[in-house]
Design a protein around this ligand. Sequence first.
Ligand code: PHE
Length: 341
Amino acid sequence: MTNKINDLLRRVEAFKPQAAAELEEFRIKILGKKGELTALMEEFKTVAPELKRELGQQLNRLKTTATERINALREELGNAAADRAARVEDMTRPGSAEPLGSRHPISLVRREIVEVFARLGYTVAEGPEIEDDWHVFSALNFPPEHPARDMQDTFFIEKDPDILLRTHTSSIQVRTMERQKPPIRVICPGRVFRNEAISSRAHCIFHQIEGLYIDEGVSFADLKQSLLYFAKEVFGGQTAIRMRPSYFPFTEPSAEVDVSCNLCGGKGCNVCKGTGWLEIMGCGMVDPNVLTANGIDPQKYSGFAFGMGIERIAMLKYGVKDLRLYFENDVRFLRQFDSAL
Ligand code: PHE
């Protein structure tokens, strides 16, 4: 009889049902009226009195073990079934929208500007933020003593040979001219670095987009029309532009570009300081020295270049008064640019 008890005990302990029905079947087979344990109890009645004590204890242990195990298994299976039931979705429920993040205003404006120039046939070019003197200055016709090379403006990483953080994305234009023969039509967005005190109007890190167009017979009129198209696309169809003579080492002639103030419509307000105009970028015809330095024949080719700060454009577009907001990433500021774009 001890053997039978032990055998049943082993089976009870090893039993692992997959479903509640299987467990119930097992329970009846063991504990039911005609079950194996019940049969053993019957058999117990007939054993010799001197064996009763020992066998009775074994039987009791078996009964407790079997009952506890079956209860525990029932609970386990019940939980699993409840889990499964909870996972069944109600397909008729209206969906709940996932909360969308927002794009950073600088990303929005960069994308918009890139798209405008893409429509004019420009492709995007990118380059390293850590540069050498050649790509940031020398190849762009900066004379050796030019103040922009000064420690005040440029963050140098190493001296002789100079390794520095690019101060403008014109370096990408140089890298493009190295790689590509004209016609060249690229737009170069990127982060730039200048050693300037941080204020509401200036930051030591900001973003630029510069453009370069080189082909045979490119004229100042092409430059003007391209920028007018850009201004109307970004600031609205009523926008006018004007150009003021300026100086950059890499362009000749050079100009600053203003757009008519979109807040007061040109009448004069505190944003345009009463002038009706807002300065948005620098531009000019690529200096022949730059073409030569980059292996392009200035007799055959001409081109124009322009460059603007993305923060500045975004400030004008969105009426942001303090440039530092772009860098603080305060969600109350960023949430205002929620968009599904
Ligand atoms: N690189 C100039 C700057 O950073 C902008 C510019 C680009 C001006 C191209 C003229 C032509 O200020």
